[in-house]
Design a protein around this ligand. Structure first.
Ligand code: PEP
Ligand code: MN
Length: 336
């Protein structure tokens, strides 16, 4: 149930509606917008919206028909801006998060931070805990990797996004990262999502390898329903019958999500295509389609990368990409 309060509704009126919703056994989520306060009631059913519509200060009340409630656009029609440090995702400015797939060494991550910040990225990416298809592949440096990543970010004025694979890693990764990444393989790890919902830390939630957009939004709902509204969605390609690319980057997911949800969405053209020469065109397409952020793999020496070298841009390719993105951003009334 969504209750939209009148412009200028008083705190007393808002509280009366909250009390009523609680009495009707809803759990109440409040979104205080610039114009309207919206109250999202979840959990109860079979309540007639007309009962609440008669209350003072209520503009309208309606059922949310989609299976996800707090992730739906109706809850925050104006959209959500996720703030991490001085970076805002979901505002005018498109946020580029770039860096290697994995943190490999101090030298590698320092060089990466230097090059991505010089080119205009605001956030450095790098996995310390890596979900690899094979148990024999490089699994990441763990806490040592997080320390190196933080150090490199701090020396170049960047924020950090890094993956958390399991609930037991949340505290550790939170100590070093500004944004916690939930990888495609974990999009439906509901215990992890619930535990992230109990924090106030921004989460970058990637679409599962074979997940529908509705499933992605329902996974976000797990985090939101715990009270953590700081969620950035991420389209990173899905598995299809196509074999000329690693995944099929679903650009259309970007405008679809924008319409259905208030949450910001990022595009990841690196995992989305798996091939370096396809990353730039798909990054351009993601920005043109309305992405709020990009997650791009860049490596100072991709031929020697310990993971995902084939899809990692070379430094000069990343610089050129950023130059092109500035032009495209302008065309869609955004900036980088
Ligand atoms: C990554 O970002 O390096 C990664 C493992 O991504 P995904 O979960 O989308 O495969
Ligand atoms: Mn990767």
């Amino acid at each position: 149930m969504i209750v939209v309060m009148e412009q200028g509704a008083t705190e007393r009126q808002i509280q009366a509606v909250i009390d009523r919703l609680v009495a009707l056994r809803f759990s109440v989520h409040r979104s205080t917008g610039v114009i309207h306060t919206v109250l999202g009631g979840v959990g109860a059913d079979e309540v007639d919206p007309a009962d609440l519509e008669g209350m003072e200060g209520v503009k309208e009340c309606r059922r949310i028909m989609s299976p996800y409630k707090l992730a739906s656009r109706a809850f925050r029609p104006g959209g959500t801006v996720v703030r991490a440090g001085d970076v805002e995702v979901g505002g005018d400015r498109i946020v580029v998060m770039a860096g290697p797939c994995s943190v490999e060494s101090r030298e590698q991550i320092q060089r990466s931070a230097g090059l991505v910040s010089a080119a205009g990225a605001r956030v450095i990416r790098g996995g310390a805990f890596k979900p690899r298809s094979s148990p024999y592949s490089f699994q990441g440096l763990g806490e040592e990797g997080l320390k190196l990543l933080r150090e490199a970010a701090d020396s170049h004025g960047l924020l950090v996004v890094s993956e958390v694979m399991d609930s037991s890693q949340i505290d550790l990764v939170s100590a070093y990262a500004d944004i916690l990444q939930v990888g495609a393989r974990n999009m439906q790890n509901y215990n992890l999502l619930r535990d992230l919902g109990a924090r106030k830390k921004p989460v970058l939630l990637k679409r599962g390898i074979a997940a529908t957009i509705e499933e992605l939004l329902l996974s976000a709902e797990y985090i939101l329903s715990g009270g953590n509204y700081e969620v950035i969605l991420c389209e990173r390609g899905i598995r299809t019958f196509e074999s000329y690319t690693r995944n099929t980057m679903d650009i259309s997911a970007i405008p679809v999500v924008k319409k259905l949800s208030h949450l910001p969405i990022a595009g990841d053209p690196s995992h989305g295509t798996g091939r370096r020469d396809k990353v730039t065109p798909m990054a351009r397409a993601a920005v043109a389609a309305g992405a709020d952020a990009l997650l791009v793999e860049v490596h100072p020496d991709p031929d020697r990368a310990l993971s995902d070298g084939a899809q990692s841009l070379r430094p000069e390719q990343f610089e050129e990409l950023m130059r092109q993105l500035r032009i495209i951003a302008q065309a869609v009334n955004r900036r980088i």
